[in-house]
Ligand binder design. Structure first.
Ligand code: ADP
Length: 323
């Protein structure tokens, strides 16, 4: 093995740069040439490859986003389009590929690995934490911290009586960000896709909470079955006529920012392991973390099974979200 390529794909996440740095440095350590592919699968199909120099990864450990660029590349789902990608991989003499992205990216990586005769390893890079086979994805911890500090700010201004704030957070169809930011910010309630949302029951709960309370903060996962924060506010309004309702959609601030210690350590450790897995001839595996140990999961399980947040955490903890 002489050349390994790296690409970042799908939604960007803090810590992707840290992973690119770790992979590039590990490649140099093992006398491999690291090749950066620009803009995810788009760049793979267009042949936008750069040989990484040691200096290319200076001062990026702390930067959010991805220096390689990322893309949503629907064209890559086409077999004909992937033939271009395979030709480019062969022409560039690439012997192994590391894909940093979410479950969509691994679906693409799995198909590619079956069509091209080189090993492919995945690193979970997404703020959503929705991949099976890891307790944490790269970017999740940073996004949680960003969300919690935004909710703290909202709480500061929520001084008026009988105000209810619906704060929408990202996570696609997964409630990890919502549930855990609600716990850490002391929110009064949380709505996530994994549980049934009952608007009337929520209204009742808010009314009882507000006896003597100054404000309520309700975290809404963007993928909740009853809709986002705007939909929830519209649906609950007739049940909460005495209350002043406010909505905040945190949006893309959740994706940016300097990666936390946790994400930097995770990205660095798993980046090194990804290179070592390629050297061992392993393929179609995702690197994850469990009880502080790095583990691997086959792509088919990482994308085929669902990661579900532990909704029923400890009993009292669960109750704190509704008292
Ligand atoms: P994420 O990786 O964050 O889940 P997406 O779902 O947008 O993001 O997936 C990223 C890219 O992965 C897609 O734009 C597409 O190029 C590729 N991809 C996703 N699903 C498939 C698939 N079934 N076959 C081939 N490529 C896929």
């Amino acid at each position: 093995m002489k050349k390994i390529a790296i690409l970042t794909s799908g939604g960007d996440a803090p810590g992707m740069n840290t992973a690119i740095r770790a992979i590039t440095k590990a490649a140099f350590h093992y006398n491999l040439q690291a090749v950066g592919i620009k803009d995810g699968y788009d760049g793979l199909m267009a042949g936008r490859f750069v040989n990484m120099k040691y200096t290319d990864v200076d001062n990026i450990i702390q930067r959010g986003g991805t220096i390689l660029g990322s893309a949503r590349s629907p064209e890559f789902k086409n077999k004909e389009a992937r033939k271009e990608a395979i030709k480019n991989i062969k022409d560039a003499g690439i012997d192994g590929l590391i894909v940093i992205g979410g479950d969509g990216s691994f679906r693409g990586a799995k198909i590619l690995a079956e069509e091209v005769n080189i090993p492919v390893i995945g690193l979970p890079g997404t703020i959503d934490n929705d991949l099976y086979g890891t307790e944490a994805t790269i970017g999740y911890d940073t996004a949680l911290n960003t969300i919690v500090s935004a909710i703290d700010n909202i709480r500061d201004t929520a001084s008026s009586h009988k105000r209810v704030f619906f704060v929408e957070v990202m996570g696609r169809n997964s409630g990890f960000l919502a549930l855990n930011s609600a716990i850490a910010s002391g929110a009064e309630s949380v709505l996530i896709p994994e549980t049934i949302t009952n608007i009337e029951a929520l209204a009742k709960q808010i009314k009882s909470q507000n006896k003597g309370r100054r404000s309520s903060i309700i975290i809404v996962a963007e993928g909740d079955e009853e809709g986002g924060a705007m939909d929830i506010m519209r649906k609950i309004k007739p049940h909460l006529e005495d209350f002043r309702l406010r909505t905040t959609i945190l949006g893309h601030i959740q994706r940016g920012g300097s990666p936390s210690y946790f994400d930097r350590a995770l990205a660095t450790r798993s980046g090194i392991m990804a290179v070592e897995l390629l050297l061992d001839g392993k393929t179609q595996q995702m690197v994850g973390i469990k009880a502080d140990e790095l583990i691997t999961t086959d792509f088919k399980d990482a994308i085929g099974k669902h990661a579900i947040p532990k909704v029923e955490k400890e009993e009292l903890l669960g109750k704190l979200l509704t008292l």
